[in-house]
Design a protein around this ligand. Structure first.
Ligand code: NAD
Length: 252
């Protein structure tokens, strides 16, 4: 029960990595608010978990300033404060710099980068009060380039440095800020690709641990960084990638 009584907000908390993280926090005694964009999906998730007062749902758009700050205030009112913000909501995006449309670029930046900033800005006064912390879900795509994913790679790279800068700015206020950088995870985003045997085999070959990860393995890293076990860790982006970013990719 390492999060007994802690008040936690998980964006994108009803699916994939966010849902696994929410469940882990609930098991460890936290009160959790899941935030996602669609009210009906949020309600369905909350009623499906049967967690009683321990779990509430908020529908909001993290890429909209007013919606993000209203959601934080709603959670703070319900819980009486906030101890941890998990900035996990995200969208993918394909395309190279020469062919991404204005609209696609703005969509990815809006959710994956602006969303992290807007939620952090709204939550920081409350986190200073509680001496709390933030964990951002970046990606190994924020550490290295991928083929034809320039908007996503750019947004996630910025999240890695947002994490450092915000850790520096708020360390003296007692707020820690960290990130995880997952490699490929078996969530709805990746399900279709993994159904393709060739792609699945390529992942197995290129990842030193020989497989993609399950959402629960990312949740373990997120909850570690959010816990007191990580009390002297801030500004860090922890790769959770089965060794993928440790390989130089040179042929034998
Ligand atoms: P997912 O699609 O299962 O979950 C993402 C959630 O974010 C969805 O429920 C979606 O509705 C929500 N969301 C999207 N836009 C939103 C908005 N504007 N406001 C509020 N909520 C919004 O995906 P996932 O794989 O669990 O991804 C979670 C995070 O992990 C993302 O930031 C993603 O970029 C990152 N990530 C995923 C992988 C992977 O392989 N799955 C790898 C590295 C990083």
């Amino acid at each position: 029960m390492r999060f007994d009584g802690k008040r936690i907000l998980v964006t994108g908390g009803i699916s994939g990595i966010g849902a696994a993280t929410t469940r882990r926090f609930l098991e460890d005694g936290a009160r959790v608010a899941v935030l996602d964009i669609d009210q009906a999906r949020v309600d369905e998730f909350v009623s499906g978990e049967s967690a009683g007062d321990q779990l509430i749902g908020v529908a909001a758009n993290v890429s909209d300033s007013g919606s993000a700050s209203a959601a934080v205030e709603q959670v703070v009112q319900r819980f009486g404060g906030l101890d941890v913000l998990i900035n996990n909501a995200g969208v993918g995006g394909v395309g190279k710099a020469g062919d991404v449309s204005d609209e696609d670029w703005r969509k990815v930046m809006g959710v994956d980068l602006d969303g992290v900033f807007l939620m952090a800005r709204a939550a920081l006064p409350h986190l200073m009060e509680s001496q709390g912390n933030i964990v951002n879900t970046a990606s190994i795509s924020g550490l290295y380039g991928d083929f034809a994913m320039v908007a996503y790679d750019t947004a996630k790279g910025a999240v890695v440095n947002f994490t450092r800068a915000t850790a520096v700015d708020y360390g003296h206020d007692g707020v820690r800020v960290n990130a995880v950088a997952p490699g490929p995870v078996r969530t709805p985003i990746l399900e279709e690709a993994l159904a393709n045997e060739e792609i699945s085999a390529t992942y197995a070959e290129r990842i030193p641990l020989g497989r993609t990860s399950e959402p629960e393995e990312i949740a373990s890293a997120i909850t570690f960084l959010a816990s007191d076990d990580a009390s002297f860790i801030t500004g860090v982006t922890l790769p959770v990638d089965g060794g993928l970013t440790s390989w130089s990719a040179q042929p034998n």
